[in-house]
Design a protein around this ligand. Structure first.
Ligand code: GAP
Length: 460
């Protein structure tokens, strides 16, 4: 087991106080387990999406990015089985009113049981016969289990009747499947190829929590990679490696990552194989970051059945027509971000001082470079000569308050990789000091060479 040096709560408090995330609608007392991304978190999210797009779209030759709508024709969710089956078994303690997922409660107290394959009646019987106890108050008095629909319902149009019932998508993936034919035709795509998207998904989770780990509104980055039917397992292994490469590329420590292959009894009946990539979160332990699933031709077949549209593919090499199989790498953006923030947090003892430093990947940090005029008297020159020179190529923050030492600490604590100080000598020698976050080393660089110098640093 890797060891976490810091508590989850210490890190999340730091994230809130420094402006990565805030409790949502805080002035109204917040809303349960909902978070807003502040300037630092929003910047990082944008960067993470960009690095993901670079890795999975720009550096590949056969993946197309689309941006489908959140509200889809509700028949979509009948076809996928979400209307019938996307629900959690909910149970309440009658004594203290704490709410649980019944399957989680049973799993924790009886890990030897195969809860995923139990019916609601079987779970009810077990809760009663085994006298399961409430982890909060210790009493054994539970309500009967109720199935709880996880999709948020809303309505379109002027009347709130059944005809206008729609859902907020619980996953972004289905916007890809319903566009399979559109993309394949318009882009003249040949198998194997992928379609991906990045966007919000919504689930009325019973037990949201652990900061942004499980929320009701979150972002996914999903790929559906379509293959010939007999090539799906080959590509499953390919995507397993690609996804691990990606999470390592963005800087997560290798020994805090692992694959978790799903057992045969965990797999959906149509799935040939599924693997999660997990990260070891401080205080929480192993948690799923993303999943890679071989989904055979289930989704396209169901959409064919419900829409009556032909979603088959005519193979130009063999002239055979078939429904492609699919491998689905599905990332949770918020979890990935949370893992990165936990992974990079450090408190370094510097003898008579401690600094909080986020050792973030320099392409993901909220800002790339901070610019400090040593004195307010130098602010205009620093702005004219340095900020204006760099602002089109780099993401900058301009800070004029406090001593330079304090300004370094502030930037270390939010992960800014480089700080540039414009001092009184800069006026005469046309040079500035660049200070690197991790080593704290300082280098004097001519302003005329600054852009090239920094460009090289960010090419690494
Ligand atoms: N299309 C497949 C799919 O949606 P999933 O395992 O339910 O699969 C994929 O979700 C990823 O989305 C998860 O690995 C996780 O990172 C993220 N995710 C799912 N539910 C979430 C929630 N309530 N809050 C935050 N992230 C969530």
């Amino acid at each position: 087991m890797p060891e976490s040096k810091y508590k989850f709560e210490t890190i999340t408090n730091h994230l809130i106080t420094s402006g990565f995330m805030y409790p949502s609608s805080q002035i109204y007392g917040g809303i349960s387990n909902t978070w807003d991304y502040g300037p630092l978190g929003a910047n990082m999210k944008t960067h993470l999406k960009e690095v993901w797009r670079r890795h999975f779209v720009l550096e590949k030759m056969n993946i197309f990015l689309i941006d489908p709508a959140i509200i889809m024709n509700p028949k979509t969710w009948e076809a996928t089985g979400h209307v019938a089956n996307f629900s959690d078994p909910l149970i309440d303690c009658k004594y203290c009113h704490t709410r649980y997922r019944a399957d989680d409660l049973i799993k924790k107290q009886h890990p030897e049981l195969d809860v995923d394959n139990m019916t609601k009646d079987e779970m009810n019987k077990l809760v009663e016969e085994e006298k399961l106890s409430c982890p909060n108050c210790g009493k054994s008095t539970f309500t009967p289990i109720r199935q709880f629909q996880l999709m948020f319902k809303t309505s379109i149009g002027v009347t709130e009747d059944k005809a206008s019932l729609v859902y907020l998508r619980p996953e972004t993936a289905q916007g890809i499947f319903v566009n399979f034919k559109n993309v394949q035709r318009t882009q003249r795509a040949k198998l194997p190829f992928g379609i991906c998207d990045i966007g919000k998904a919504f689930r009325n989770e019973i037990t949201p929590g652990n900061f942004t780990f499980r929320t009701r509104e979150f972002e996914q980055m999903e790929i559906e990679f379509f293959t010939k039917p007999d090539q799906d397992l080959e590509y499953f292994n390919y995507w397993k490696k690609e996804c691990l490469d990606f999470v390592e590329r963005i800087g997560l420590r290798k020994d805090y990552l692992r694959y978790r292959d799903h057992e045969p009894n965990e797999l959906a009946f149509y799935s040939k194989a599924t693997t999660d990539i997990e990260y070891y979160f401080p205080s929480l332990g192993w948690g799923e970051l993303m999943g890679i699933a071989s989904r055979t031709n289930y989704d396209l077949s169901r959409h064919m059945e419900y829409s009556k549209e032909d979603l088959t593919y005519l193979d130009p090499e063999t002239n055979q027509r078939y429904i492609p199989h699919v491998i689905e790498p599905s990332f949770g953006l918020d979890r990935l971000l949370l893992a990165l923030l936990c992974d990079s947090y450090d408190e370094e003892n510097l003898g008579n001082d401690t600094r909080i430093v986020m050792h973030l990947n320099k392409h993901l940090a909220p800002y790339q470079i901070a610019i400090f005029p040593l004195s307010n008297k130098l602010a205009n020159q620093a702005q004219e000569e340095v900020y204006k020179l760099l602002c089109k190529n780099f993401e900058l923050i301009f800070d004029t308050t406090g001593s330079i030492g304090k300004r370094y600490r502030r930037q270390d604590a939010i992960g800014t990789p480089y700080c540039i100080t414009y001092d009184f000598d800069s006026v005469n020698d046309n040079s500035v000091t660049i200070r690197e976050r991790d080593s704290m080393q300082q280098t004097r660089v001519k302003i005329s060479e600054l852009k090239d110098y920094l460009t090289k640093l960010f090419e690494e």
